[in-house]
Design a protein around this ligand. Structure first.
Ligand code: KIV
Ligand code: ZN
Length: 389
C-alpha cells in the first residue's frame, strides 16, 4: 500500500442493502435498535435506508437520524429530485448527515434499465450530486455496476461528481462479477485518471455472487480504496455483500501486510452478529468465518492436542478479540485422549491412568453413537463407572 498507516473507513449498509434482501426485513424499531449497535461497534458511517422507497423506511431513517450518535448517518437516493429531498428531510436532526446518490453507469444498465445515453447519465449524476450538495455538506456518489462500465467513462463521471461536490466516490461491483486483480487495477486507474482525485475518498462496495466480496474489497484497499461498504454477517442482495466482520479481522490479522486499520471495536463483532440474527431470524452458518459457531471450535484429536500445547497451532486470532468467551474443544468421534483428560480435569475429575483409559474407551463407544458428547455425558460416564479417583 502507498500510505503505510492508512485508516480504512467502515461504511455499514446492513440497514439498507442488507435489509432489502429476502429474509432480512426489519421494523422501524428493529432498525433503530440495530443502528445503536452499529454505532457502538464503531462503524464510521451507517446507511440507514432509502427514504423514498417506503414510509416505513423514511420513519426508520428519521428516528435513527434523531437518536444515533457517533457514526455518520447515510441515506440513499436515485438521481431524482424527489428522492434527494426525501433524504434531506429524513436526515433532519442528524449530527453528521450524508446523502448517497447513485445512478447506473454500465452500457447494459444504461440501455436496458435506464434507456439513457452516456451523456444523459452524466447530466443526471451532476444534477443529483449538485442538488444533494445544496442540502448537506457530505455527499457520496455511486456509479452502479461500475465494474462493467467503460473505465474512461467511469473516470469521467467520477471527475464530474467531484466537481459537483461529492466527497466520497463509491465504485460498486453490483453483481459480484470482478476478481481481486481486476478491481485493484481499476482503483489504481481511477486514482490516476479522475480529476482532483485527492479531494475524494474512494470506496469499494462488493457483492458476493462468486464468493469474492471480501477478497475483492481487500484488493480494492490495495488499489487505494479508503472506505469499504459492508454488512454484518454479509447479508445483502442475492449472495450478499462484503462481510464486515471478515474484512475487519483480515485487516487486523494481516496488518503487517495491509498497514491499515479501522476504528471497529472487534470485541463487539459476535454480539452484533447475534443481535442481527435474532432480529431477522436469519441464522449464521455454523462454519462462517469469525462469527460462526465453529469459528473457534476444534474436534479432531490432532488439532485438540496442538491447541492444548499452543493455541497458535490452529488459531490465527483470539476468540476473545472478536467477542467469543473462549475456544471450544468439541468432544466427538474425532477427539483424542489428551483432550478428554483436559476436559475431565476442567470438570473437576482427576483420573488415574487406568481409569482414564477405561473412560476413554467408554467415551469413544458413546461418540460412535452421538454426534457430539456434552459435559453432562462425560460426567455420567465417569460417575457411572468406578473411574473416579
Ligand atoms: O450494489 C450497488 O450497486 C448498490 C448501490 C446502490 C450503491 O447497492
Ligand atoms: Zn449493493
Amino acid at each position: 500500500m502507498n500510505d503505510p498507516a492508512a485508516r480504512v473507513r467502515i461504511f455499514d449498509t446492513s440497514l439498507r442493502d442488507g435489509e432489502q434482501s429476502p429474509g432480512c426485513s426489519m421494523t422501524a424499531a428493529q432498525k433503530l435498535r440495530f443502528a445503536h449497535a452499529l454505532a457502538e461497534l464503531g462503524v464510521d458511517a451507517l446507511e440507514a435506508g432509502f427514504p423514498a422507497s417506503s414510509d416505513a423506511d423514511r420513519d426508520a431513517v428519521r428516528a435513527i437520524a434523531r437518536e444515533v450518535r457517533g457514526s455518520t448517518v447515510v441515506t440513499l437516493a436515485r438521481c431524482h429530485e424527489g428522492d434527494i429531498d426525501a433524504c434531506a428531510s429524513a436526515l433532519e436532526g442528524a449530527a453528521h448527515p450524508r446523502i448517497h446518490v447513485f445512478i447506473s453507469t454500465s452500457p447494459l444498465h444504461r440501455e436496458h434499465k435506464l434507456g439513457l445515453s452516456r451523456e444523459q447519465v452524466l447530466e443526471r449524476a451532476i444534477m443529483g450530486v449538485t442538488r444533494a450538495r445544496r442540502l448537506v455538506d457530505d455527499v457520496e456518489f455511486s456509479a452502479e455496476d461500475a465494474l462493467r462500465t467503460e473505465p474512461e467513462f467511469l473516470a469521467e463521471i467520477c471527475s464530474a461528481a467531484i466537481a459537483a461536490g461529492a466527497t466520497t466516490l463509491n465504485i460498486p461491483d453490483t453483481v459480484g462479477y470482478t476478481t481481486p486483480s481486476e478491481i485493484r487495477a481499476l482503483f489504481e486507474y481511477l486514482r490516476a485518471h479522475v480529476r482532483d482525485a485527492e479531494k475524494a475518498v474512494f470506496s469499494a462496495h462488493c457483492h458476493n455472487d462468486l464468493g469474492l466480496a471480501v477478497a475483492n474489497s481487500l484488493a480494492a484497499i490495495e488499489g487505494g480504496a479508503r472506505q469499504v461498504e459492508c454488512t454484518i454477517n454479509g447479508i445483502g442482495e442475492r449472495a450478499g455483500n462484503c462481510a464486515l466482520e471478515e474484512l475487519v479481522m483480515a485487516l487486523r490479522v494481516r496488518s503487517h501486510y495491509y498497514g491499515a486499520h479501522t476504528r471497529i471495536d472487534s470485541r463487539r463483532l459476535v454480539p452484533t452478529s447475534r443481535l442481527l440474527s435474532r432480529i431477522t431470524g436469519m441464522a449464521v452458518q455454523r462454519n462462517k468465518a469469525v462469527v460462526g459457531q465453529n469459528a473457534f471450535a476444534h474436534e479432531s484429536g490432532i488439532h485438540q492436542h496442538g491447541m492444548l500445547k499452543h493455541r497458535g497451532t490452529y488459531e490465527i486470532m483470539r476468540p476473545e478479540d472478536v467477542g467469543w468467551s473462549q475456544s471450544q474443544m468439541v468432544m466427538g468421534r474425532h477427539s483424542g485422549r489428551a483432550a478428554l483428560a483436559d476436559r475431565l480435569q476442567a470438570l473437576g475429575f482427576q483420573l488415574e491412568e487406568a481409569s482414564l483409559n477405561r473412560t476413554f474407551a467408554a467415551f469413544k463407544a458413546l461418540a460412535e453413537k452421538k454426534r457430539e458428547v456434552f459435559d453432562a455425558d462425560l460426567e455420567a460416564l465417569v460417575l457411572g463407572s468406578d473411574a473416579v479417583a
